[in-house]
Design a protein around this ligand. Structure first.
Ligand SMILES: [Zn+2]
Length: 244
């Protein structure tokens, strides 16, 4: 077995460890946060419906309060006019005053009707708000359960990750520093992998064909060969070819 074949076999073992680490980290850093955010969005949407209904209720109640205030001041106005009515001297003034009072009273009746109409509607809105409130409670309970399940699942992945990370040190042993540097440099590019298998003459990292010359170099095992397209260190998919 040539020195380079040995190195390639060891790099491949490190690559397997790093591939597992990458997969587990991705699951922990992307899958779980995304799942939780999706579930949270469901709760938020249900709560937004409750908030809208609640705002509608508050706005209507404010409208009633303001109309009632208006009604009170108009009633005070009418009382004042009725007192003034006792002091008018002429019949014409008396007629004019009673006319104004009757008009004001009619306005108030309309205002009262308007207030009653809004208040009638309040009951329905209040009932809808209660229903939305129950929806929020239910959604929050479901979210709590789902999140607990996801957290438990993630904890298992985290344990696996710690375990695999623990094996990395051993996988580094006896890899020449030059090869390890090259490996780490490629890994640092962030694709999650520094190596790619060659199946036939196709690089499995980029699905492009490598040259016959490169394939021969890989099979000879006399040097590390890097894919000219995707820069991964290449190894024959059939590992027998390397280790024997
Ligand atoms: Zn490639």
């Amino acid at each position: 077995m040539s020195e380079t074949s040995n190195t390639l076999t060891r790099l491949k073992k490190l690559h397997d460890v790093d591939a597992k680490i990458y997969r587990l980290e991705k699951k922990l850093n992307q899958y779980f946060p995304r799942k939780i955010a999706e579930r949270q969005a469901v709760v938020d949407a249900v709560r937004a419906k409750y908030d809208a209904k609640n705002k509608e209720l508050v706005d209507r109640q404010k409208q009633v309060d303001s109309l009632e205030l208006d009604l009170k001041s108009r009633e005070a106005e009418i009382e004042k006019m009725q007192v003034q009515l006792n002091t008018v001297k002429t019949n014409a003034d008396y007629q004019a005053f009673t006319g104004k009072i009757a008009e004001a009273k009619a306005d108030n009746s309309r205002l009262e009707e308007q207030i009653l109409e809004i208040m009638d509607g309040l009951e329905g809105i209040r009932a809808e708000r209660s229903a939305r409130e129950a929806d929020v409670k239910k959604a929050e309970e479901e979210f709590g359960k789902e999140k607990a399940e996801l957290d438990a699942e993630a904890a298992e992945y985290r344990e696996d990750l710690d375990e695999v990370r623990g094996t990395r040190e051993a996988a580094l042993a006896d890899i020449p520093s030059e090869a390890l540097d090259a490996y780490n440099r490629i890994l640092a590019k962030g694709s999650g992998s520094a190596m790619a298998a060659v199946r036939g003459r196709i690089c499995q990292g980029c699905q492009l064909e490598i040259t016959m010359h490169d394939l021969t170099r890989i099979l000879n095992g006399s040097e590390l060969v890097v894919c000219r397209h995707c820069s991964h260190i290449l190894y024959p998919e059939d590992r027998q070819q390397v280790s024997n």
